[in-house]
Each structure stands twice: as structure tokens, then as C-alpha cells.
Design a protein around this ligand. Structure first.
Ligand code: B12
Length: 212
């Protein structure tokens, strides 16, 4: 039996108290926050989706699983964010307009904090103008956008267009991510980078922070 089975089950069942207890227990066993996310939380969400696709569960069950995963992430957040270093730079992050999926974005934000970046998280369903306003106000080095729906990918392009109009395109590095995005799409809309997971996001953010 996998050490992560209990956590996977708790998240699947939406039992957030148990999810938090098990995350703490795994940490006490010496597991790293990254591994707990990868082997526990992400695996559980994947199973819930497969059950949903097979008609074995419905949107409310997905929502409670998402909430339980968020509660588990809340335990890990301070650990990922723990850093004694001066911020490596400022990152503005959010899920694009029309899109309410924020679990992956939250993981990317936490990992960036853990890597020593100052992170301004605008949440989900973020309008292009709000991204631009925050990039300007915070003098951010990086703008990170997430999307999970093919129908909301267009908002990434609109946000880059809004950056151009504000004279900020080229001044802030733009990274995008989320399953429907591709390298070709990133190139097409004028983004500087597309990452497939939070690890790539952090590695690229570090590279960007040495460029500027
Ligand atoms: C949980 C979930 C929901 C929850 C979201 C809760 C929340 N707070 O986020 C709820 C129930 C609300 C939901 C709603 C819907 N959902 Co939904 N959902 C999912 C599900 C099961 C999991 C997504 C997730 O959190 N994955 C786990 C995280 C950790 O992964 P991730 O987001 O991909 O993030 C990682 C990487 O992509 C990357 N990354 C992410 N962002 C960024 C950003 C940068 C800069 C970088 C570098 C990297 C990066 O790093 C992350 C961590 O490693 C997926 C199916 C799946 N298995 O993916 C469907 C899925 C995304 N949903 C889908 C759909 C269709 C919907 C609905 C339209 C359903 C409906 N009919 O109402 C609505 C849309 C609501 C809206 N307007 O947004 C589809 C999208 C299809 C498409 N291609 O357009 C999916 C793919 C399911 C499917 N196969 O059809 N959903």
C-alpha cells in the first residue's frame, strides 16, 4: 500500500480535516512538500476527474475534492514559502479571465514563493487590465498566467495585447502554463515561456531573474 493512499482517499472524499492530518503526518515522516503534492494531491485530483468522466461522480464531488486539496496545500504553503533570502524578483500570477481553475496556479505560486520570489497572486478569473495594472504597480519582472480551459486561452493573448498597449510588453517576462497551452501557442501570442509544471515555472523564473 502506497504511503500516499490515505491522503489520496481523503482528498477524493473531500475530507479536508483528514487530508490536513495526513499531510502533517507525511511531513513528520520526512516527506518533502513537493513530493506530497505530486504523489498525493495531484494523483487524487486525477482520479476524481477520471471518475467524473466515467459518470461515477459529479461537479459537487469534484468541488469538495478541490477544497480538500486546497486545505492540504494550506498546510504546505508556509513550508514552501519559507526562505531566508532576499526576494529574487516580483512575480504577478493569476488564472485568466473566464477560468475558475486555481489549484495548479496556487501550486505554481507556492513553489515560486518557496524559491524566494515575491509573489502577487491575483486569484482566478483575472481581467487583462487587472494583470497589467498589477505588473505596473508592483514593477514586476515576471507575469505568470494559468489557464485550464481551451476556451479561456484567448484571454492570455488579450492580456499580452493589453501589456503592449500599456508599453510593458518586452519589459516584463511573460510565462504561461496549464494543460491546453503549448510552446507553439506561447510563441504565437508573444509569451516568453510556456511551462508544463510548477518545477519548470520555478526554473525559468530563476533564469529570468538573472537576465534582468
Ligand atoms: C478540479 C477541476 C475543476 C474544479 C476547479 C476547482 C479549482 N478551485 O480549481 C471545478 C469543479 C470548479 C471545475 C469546473 C469546470 N471544469 Co474542470 N477540471 C478540474 C480537474 C479535475 C483538475 C484540474 C486540476 O486542478 N489539476 C491539478 C493541477 C495541479 O494541475 P494543473 O492545473 O494542470 O497545474 C499544473 C500545470 O498545468 C502547471 N501550470 C498551471 N498553471 C501554470 C502557470 C504557469 C505560468 C506555468 C509555467 C505552469 C502552470 O503547473 C501546475 C502544477 O504542476 C480537470 C481535469 C484534470 N485531470 O486536469 C478538469 C478540467 C480542467 N475541467 C474541465 C471543464 C470542461 C470544466 C467546466 C467547464 C465543467 C462544466 N461543464 O462546468 C468547469 C469550468 C469552470 C470555469 N469557468 O473555469 C476540462 C477542460 C477541458 C478543456 N480543455 O477546455 C478539464 C480538463 C476536464 C476534461 N478533461 O474535460 N473543474
Amino acid at each position: 500500500m502506497s504511503e500516499y493512499e490515505g491522503l489520496v482517499t481523503a482528498v477524493q472524499q473531500g475530507d479536508f480535516t483528514e487530508a490536513q492530518t495526513l499531510v502533517k503526518a507525511l511531513l513528520n515522516q520526512g516527506k518533502s512538500p513537493d513530493e506530497i503534492i505530486r504523489e498525493g494531491i495531484v494523483v487524487a485530483l486525477d482520479i476524481v476527474w477520471k471518475q467524473f468522466s466515467a459518470g461515477k461522480c459529479y461537479i459537487p464531488e469534484m468541488l469538495v475534492a478541490a477544497r480538500a486539496s486546497q486545505k492540504g496545500l494550506d498546510v504546505l504553503s508556509p513550508l514552501l514559502a519559507k526562505t531566508g533570502f532576499k526576494p529574487k524578483g516580483t512575480v504577478v500570477i493569476g488564472t485568466v479571465k473566464g477560468d475558475l481553475h486555481d489549484i495548479g496556479k496556487n501550486i505554481v505560486a507556492m513553489m515560486l514563493k518557496g524559491a524566494g520570489f515575491h509573489v502577487i497572486d491575483l486569484g482566478f478569473d483575472v481581467e487583462p487590465k487587472k494583470f497589467v495594472k498589477s505588473v505596473a504597480a508592483e514593477n514586476a519582472q515576471i507575469l505568470a498566467m494559468s489557464c485550464l480551459l481551451t476556451t479561456t486561452m484567448i484571454s492570455m493573448e488579450e492580456t499580452i495585447e493589453a501589456l503592449r498597449e500599456a508599453g510593458l510588453h518586452g519589459k516584463v517576462k511573460v510565462m504561461i502554463g496549464g494543460p491546453p497551452t503549448t510552446d507553439d501557442f506561447a510563441k504565437e501570442i508573444g509569451a516568453d515561456f510556456r511551462g508544463k509544471d510548477a518545477y519548470e515555472a520555478v526554473e525559468q523564473a530563476k533564469r529570468f531573474s538573472t537576465i534582468r
